[in-house]
Ligand binder design. Structure first.
Ligand code: BTX
Length: 324
C-alpha cells in the first residue's frame, strides 16, 4: 500500500537514526496506533525492528527472502526497479517479462523470482536456477534505438554485473565475450538479452541476468560443477541477494544512461578492460564452423573481432568461445 511505501521510505532515509512513533504518525498523517499496526505488518513479513523508549524505531534486519520490499528498501535508482514484479516460482523470468512488456510495462520494470523451473540460456540451453540461492531477474528496457544495436546491451549488462560483484563482495570478475561473467575461470553469471522489435526500432529489450549467489558446489548437477561457481563459493560466506540486485540496478542504470547519452564508445572501453579474451588466442565455435585466432577487440557495434593466422579479420556475431 501507499502507506507502507512511505513508511519504508522514511526508514530508508533515516537508516542510522531512530524514528519516533510521533514523527512517523506526522509523516504518514495517521494515528500512533495506526503506525504501530503498520510496523506489526512489516514484522510479519520478516522485517525486524529495534524499539527504544523515547527514541523510537529502527530497522535492524530485512526479510531473508528477496521480497520486493527488501529490494526497494535502499534502492538508489530512478528508473530501474521502479516496478518490481516478484514471484516465488516461475518457468522463466524472461517469459514473464515478455508478457509484461507486451502488456505495456514501463521501462525499468523488473521481474525477480526465487526459483526458475525452466530457466533459459542461449540457443535453447538451460540455466539452472535453484530456489533462494541466486538472482534470477529480467529487466525491461525501452531504448529508442534500431534493432541492430541490441547486442550492445548484453555487453552493458556484463560490465554492470562485474562492477556490482566487485562493489558488494570485493571479488574480481572477468567477462568472456559475449555474455559470461567468470570468477577464477568459472561461470558466475549468464546474461540473455532478447528483444521485441519492429523493422526499424526496438520496442523492448528483455535483459535476463542470472547470478549464482549462495549455491554450494553440490547444488549443481554434476556436469556443471567443473564450470560453475557462486559468489558464496568464491567469497566463502553468504552474500545478500537483495544487495546484489540493488547495486546491480544502480550500476546498470548509470551505464545505460551513459550509453544513451554518449553512445557505445565509453562502454566499449570499460568492457575491454574487464574482458579476458582480448589479446588472447581463442577458438570461436559459430553455427557455420570454428575459427581459431587472436581476439583483437570488439567493434563499436559490440561484435567480436578475430584475426586468424593468415591475418584475415573475422567479425563474430554469435559464438561460444574457448580460450586456447
Ligand atoms: P548460455 O547459453 O551462455 O549458458 C548456458 C550454459 O551454462 C548451460 O548449457 C550450462 O552448461 C551452463 N549453466 C547452466 N546453468 C548454470 C548456472 N547456474 N551457473 C553456471 N553455468 C550454468 C547464459 O546462457 C544465459 C543465462 C541467462 C539466465 C537468466 S536468469 C534470468 C533470466 N531468465 C531466464 O530464463 N534466463 C535469464
Amino acid at each position: 500500500s501507499e502507506i507502507r511505501k512511505k513508511l519504508l521510505n522514511a526508514f530508508t532515509t533515516h537508516q542510522d537514526d531512530y524514528l519516533s512513533g510521533q514523527a512517523i504518525a506526522d509523516l504518514l498523517g495517521c494515528s500512533r496506533t495506526a503506525v504501530w499496526k503498520h510496523i506489526e505488518n512489516l514484522r510479519k513479513e520478516g522485517f525486524e525492528f529495534e524499539a527504544v523508549r523515547r527514541k523510537g524505531y529502527r530497522i535492524v534486519a530485512t526479510p531473508k527472502k528477496v521480497i520486493a520490499d527488501e529490494i526497494r528498501y535502499g534502492l538508489k535508482t530512478n528508473i530501474l526497479g521502479s516496478h518490481i514484479h516478484y514471484e516465488e516460482s516461475v518457468d522463466s523470468t524472461q517469459k514473464v517479462a515478455h508478457q509484461l512488456a507486451t502488456d505495456g510495462a514501463c521501462e525499468g520494470t523488473i521481474v525477480v523470482a526465487e526459483e526458475q523451473i525452466s530457466g533459459r540460456g542461449r540457443m535453447d540451453r538451460k540455466w539452472i536456477s535453484p530456489k533462494y540461492t541466486g538472482v534470477w531477474m529480467s529487466v525491461i528496457l525501452r531504448p529508442q534505438l534500431p534493432p541492430h544495436r541490441a547486442p550492445q546491451l548484453t555487453l552493458i549488462a556484463a560490465v554492470a554485473v562485474v562492477q556490482a560483484i566487485e562493489e558488494v563482495t570485493g571479488l574480481t570478475a572477468e567477462i568472456k565475450w559475449p555474455n559470461d561473467v567468470l570468477i577464477n575461470g568459472k561461470k558466475v553469471t549468464g546474461i540473455l538479452t532478447e528483444m521485441q522489435a519492429d523493422a526499424d526500432r526496438i520496442v523492448s529489450i528483455i535483459m535476463g541476468i542470472g547470478i549464482n549467489v549462495n549455491q554450494k558446489l553440490e547444488d549443481y548437477p554434476e556436469e556443471i560443477q567443473p564450470i560453475a561457481t557462486s559468489l558464496a563459493i568464491e567469497k566463502k560466506e553468504e552474500i545478500s541477494r537483495a544487495q546484489i540486485i540493488q547495486t546491480l540496478l544502480f550500476k546498470l542504470e548509470k551505464l545505460y544512461q551513459l550509453y544513451l547519452q554518449n553512445g557505445f564508445q565509453p562502454i566499449r572501453i570499460l568492457w575491454e578492460s574487464y574482458a579476458i579474451s582480448i589479446g588472447k588466442n581463442i577458438k570461436a565455435r559459430t553455427l557455420s564452423g570454428t575459427i581459431v585466432g587472436k581476439a583483437i577487440g570488439i567493434t563499436d557495434e559490440g561484435i567480436l573481432l578475430l584475426e586468424d593466422e593468415a591475418g584475415v579479420r573475422h567479425q563474430i556475431y554469435s559464438a561460444d568461445i574457448d580460450l586456447e
